[in-house]
Design a protein around this ligand. Structure first.
Ligand code: FES
Length: 56
C-alpha cells in the first residue's frame, strides 16, 4: 500500500527502514524521503513506524 504518493513509498518500505534501525519519522525521512514534499503522509507514516517498533 502506498503511504507517500509524492515519492511512491509503501508501508513495506517504511517497515523495512524500521527493521534497519530507523526509529522516528525523521529517520525514515532521511532514508527514504517520506513526508519531505506535501507532508500529508506524515501522520500515517508515523503510525506505521510506531506500530513496527512495538512489534520488533
Ligand atoms: Fe508524502 Fe506528499 S505524500 S510528501
Amino acid at each position: 500500500m502506498y503511504v507517500c504518493l509524492c515519492h511512491a513509498i509503501t508501508d513495506s518500505q517504511i517497515k523495512q527502514a524500521v527493521g534497519q534501525g530507523d526509529a522516528s519519522l525523521a529517520d525514515v525521512k532521511k532514508r527514504l524521503g517520506v513526508a519531505s514534499q506535501c507532508g500529508k503522509c506524515a501522520r500515517m507514516a508515523t503510525q506505521i513506524i510506531q506500530n513496527q517498533l512495538e512489534i520488533e
